[in-house]
Structures are given as structure tokens and as C-alpha cells.
Design a binder for this molecule. Structure first.
Ligand code: ATP
Ligand code: MG
Length: 446
């Protein structure tokens, strides 16, 4: 996957809005519309314009790299599935109205997949023979459809949304929990790479019980769920966690699960007060950006996903499933990183690292300086957007702040006479008048 490394704004489709769209209730939704990243095509269904699609791809790629690193194999399953498979697990009826049901020309019942446990269990059943086929982890990153009662907040709760869903297959419960830990650690790394402070919270496991389900939550005022946790989570550093997955991951998981953290459904006020000192109790709102789950033989049994164990006995495989809300993450990142002027992208997911603003298009010196920097940055492998539009300086500054690239370089005739351009760091707001060489150095090194 290679993204276009350099674009000219005059040739780019980025319909920004000055005013706040009335339908957007929260900052991330407002800013995604205003920055020309998405447009709604039907309730909870969005088109991704160049800027939005670029960020979606960046997030997808971070998710992919961390899944690969954790030893999962990427596949691609279809969006449309057959109802028959879902009847075997009993979920065709259980899913109710959230499932979008489709009938083809032969009157066969189909559905737009809300998730893929059934399909992947069937794939594994078909291809796996013995214990030698375990452990196995597979994932895909694919569009899902859930006919949510209340789609809202833009991509945060869409009906069509982009999700990474992964699945593990093991011979024993013990091995299954090892796969679970592997995903747990990979999730910590994944969110940290996107500039998010995530908190794994004990989640409801339903009828299966046990403690092996966690929701990964970002604290945000606009979050949909109420959450409770120990304040020290906010200073734990996930980047310190195992880079290779060869060793025992249990101590890391223990460290991240030993402190109190629970969503509303799992919250126990008595336990909260007993375990967390008064000054350290955080009760806040959160956004669920991921969910992992060990569910044993819930699907392998009804769907017949069995393998031969070492004694020659046929046993159903132990499974887990692991979701990440890829499109929701864009909203979550913006909720965590913005100010009154717009988005402030963390570098790892920024659509471009640098924006060049030509304040006097048509002025030979300005044009030449901008074109020169545009070329040099491309040569240095820095992703760059050049605002070469013939519009007012004020609008250009406003747009550049709105779209939130980490660095801005403004080029105007007055400073340029002294060989200077203005470099602004979007996050700190700090501005410096420096030479062109120094500007390039500043934005390339960091
Ligand atoms: P929620 O409680 O928010 O409805 P869920 O428990 O139904 O989520 P999962 O089935 O665990 O979600 O899906 C995995 C991930 O997909 C979630 O953690 C979330 O980040 C994302 N996700 C779920 N539903 C949506 C949606 N309607 N729009 C965008 N992302 C979603
Ligand atoms: Mg849901």
C-alpha cells in the first residue's frame, strides 16, 4: 500500500466548511465534515473523500503491522454471507434487526456480515485436520454492516463501518489463553502507535463467564459509555511492552489487569472503593475502540470445527475473537487530539506531515520557493501537501489549522525578501521565522 506522497491542493478534492454543520453533535464529527474528510450518503453510511480515506488507510496499516507482528495471518472474507451458516450457530435469529438481510434472485437468503465468527470457523473446519494446525490466528480488515438503532456521531457509530476482526484457534484452553494474551499485548501497542492512551477494561463475557473479555477504552467526554478506573492507568506506558512475542506475556497482561477498570455493566462500586484510593478514582466517559474475547468452543462445536488431538481424539478447537474499530478510531483520535481551530494529528496517522502555504500565488519568488520546498520534501520522503490555490491568506491559514498537519510552512513575499519563511508547529502553536534550509531541516528531522 503506497499513498500518494505529495499533492497540490489546487488539484485535490477537499471541500472544507467554514461553519459547523448542524447535524454534528461532537467535535470529531464536526471536524471530519469541516475538513472535507467524509460525507454522509445515507444514515450511518459515509463516503470517504481523499483526506479521510488517507487517514483511514494509515490507521488500517498500523493495525495490520501490529497484527502481523503478533503472528496473525491476513485474509479477506466477503461482506456478503449466506444465512445457512448463521443458522448453524443460532445467530441468524438471535441477531435480530441489527442484521441487514438480503435475498438474491434465486430467493436465497443472504446477509451483509456484521462480524465473521461463523464464516471463519467454517473456513478453519474445512482446512484444519489435526493439532498440528494449531495454534492459528487469522484476521481481516473489512467493511461491516449493523443496522444500529441510533447511528450517530459520524463514523463513531455508523451502520457501515470498517473493522479489523481476528480469530484464534487452539487445541487447549491454556493455549487459547496464550493467544488471547498475545492479542491483548498487540492491542496495547496498536493504540499507543496512534497516540492514544488506552485502558483495557473487564467486559461482560455473557453466559460463558470467566474473565477473558476486555474492552479497550479511550477516555473522552463524548464517549458513549460510563467507565471507572484507577488513575494510574493514565501514566502506564504501553510502548515499553514486549516487542517480540516469544516470551511469557502473562506478566504484562497482569500488570494491565491488576488495577481496577470496568465499564458500567461490569462496575462494582464496593470493589472500586475497596481497591482504589479515593484520590485515584476516575469515573469518566469512554469510547470503545476494541474488544477481545475468549469464548472456547461456542462456535467450533455447532459448526463442527474439530481437529484430531495427540491421542487421536476429535476435539472442537478453542477460539477467541478480536475486534478493532478502524473507522471509529478516526473519531476517537480526533476527540483526543484537537483544539478550537481544528484537528491536531499525531504524526503516525497524519494525512501529510507538512503543509506548505503559498501566501502570494503568482509572485515569482513565492512560487519558486514553494515549488523548491515541495520537491525537496518529496525527495526526502516527507509526505507533503502544497496549498497552491489562488485564495486569500486567511482562508489558507484557517484550512491548514483545520486539517491539522503536524507542520506548516508559510511563504509570503515580505519575509521571503530576507530569505525567511515561517514554520509553525500545529500542536504547540510555536512559530519560527527561519531560512528555507532551516525550515526543511526542522520538518524533516522530527
Ligand atoms: P458497541 O458496544 O460500541 O456497539 P460492540 O460491542 O457491538 O460495540 P464489537 O462487536 O466488539 O462491538 O466490535 C468490535 C469493534 O468495532 C468495537 O470495539 C468498536 O470499536 C467497533 N464498532 C462496533 N460497532 C460499531 C459501529 N456501529 N460503528 C463504528 N464502529 C463500531
Ligand atoms: Mg454494538
Amino acid at each position: 500500500m503506497r499513498l500518494n506522497p505529495a499533492v497540490r491542493l489546487s488539484e485535490y478534492f477537499m471541500p472544507t466548511l467554514k461553519e459547523n454543520p448542524a447535524e454534528a453533535e461532537i467535535a470529531s464529527h464536526r471536524l471530519m465534515l469541516r475538513a472535507g474528510m467524509i460525507r454522509q450518503s445515507a444514515s450511518g453510511i459515509y463516503s470517504w473523500l481523499p483526506m479521510g480515506y488517507r487517514v483511514l488507510r494509515k490507521i488500517e496499516q498500523i493495525v495490520r503491522e501490529e497484527q502481523d507482528r503478533a503472528g496473525a495471518n491476513e485474509i479477506l472474507m466477503p461482506t456478503i454471507q449466506s444465512a445457512d451458516l448463521w443458522r448453524k450457530s443460532g445467530r441468524y435469529d438471535d441477531y435480530g434487526k441489527e442484521m441487514l438481510r438480503i435475498t438474491d434472485r434465486h430467493d436465497r437468503e443472504m446477509l451483509f456480515g456484521p462480524t465473521n465468527e461463523e464464516l471463519i470457523t467454517d473456513l478453519f473446519r474445512d482446512g484444519a485436520v489435526s493439532y498440528k494446525d494449531c495454534p492459528q490466528m487469522m484476521y481481516h480488515i473489512q467493511w461491516k454492516f449493523r443496522d444500529e438503532v441510533r447511528p450517530r456521531f459520524g463514523v463513531m457509530r455508523g451502520r457501515e463501518f470498517f473493522m479489523k476482526d481476528g480469530y484464534s484457534f487452539d487445541l487447549t484452553v491454556e493455549d487459547g489463553l496464550k493467544s488471547y494474551n498475545r492479542m491483548f499485548v498487540s492491542y496495547l501497542r496498536t493504540y499507543a502507535k496512534m497516540g492514544l492512551q488506552v485502558i483495557p477494561m473487564r467486559a461482560d463475557t455473557g453466559p460463558i463467564g470467566g474473565e477473558n473479555s476486555h474492552e479497550f477504552i479511550i477516555l473522552a467526554e463524548t464517549g458513549e459509555s460510563e467507565v471507572f478506573c484507577h488513575e494510574d492507568f493514565l501514566s502506564l506506558d504501553p510502548n515499553a511492552e514486549a516487542v517480540n512475542y516469544k516470551g511469557d506475556l502473562q506478566p504484562i497482561v497482569d500488570q494491565w489487569t491488576s488495577m481496577y477498570a470496568a465499564t458500567e455493566e461490569m462496575h462494582d462500586e464496593g470493589k472500586f472503593e475497596a481497591e482504589v484510593p479515593e484520590g485515584k478514582r476516575v469515573s469518566a466517559r469512554g469510547i470503545e475502540v476494541g474488544h477481545i474475547f475468549f469464548f472456547g468452543t461456542k462456535y467450533s462445536e455447532p459448526l463442527g470445527a474439530v481437529v484430531q488431538d495427540k491421542e487421536g481424539k476429535q476435539v472442537p478447537v478453542q477460539m477467541g475473537s478480536y475486534g478493532i474499530g478502524v473507522s471509529r478510531l478516526i473519531g476517537a483520535i480526533i476527540e483526543a487530539h484537537h483544539d478550537e481551530n481544528g484537528i491536531i494529528w499525531p504524526e503516525s496517522v497524519a494525512p501529510f506531515q507538512v503543509g506548505i502555504i503559498n501566501l502570494r500565488v503568482g509572485d515569482d519568488a513565492c512560487d519558486e520557493a514553494c515549488e523548491g520546498m515541495f520537491t525537496k520534501l518529496q525527495e526526502a520522503g516527507v509526505e507533503v501537501m502544497y496549498d497552491d490555490r489562488d485564495t486569500k491568506a486567511g482562508a489558507k491559514f484557517a484550512d491548514m489549522d483545520l486539517i491539522g498537519l503536524p507542520w506548516q510552512i508559510a511563504v509570503g513575499p515580505r519575509s521571503l525578501k530576507n530569505g525567511q519563511v515561517e514554520v509553525k508547529n500545529r500542536r504547540t502553536g510555536e512559530k519560527q521565522e527561519v531560512s528555507i534550509e532551516a525550515a526543511l531541516e526542522l520538518v524533516t528531522v522530527s
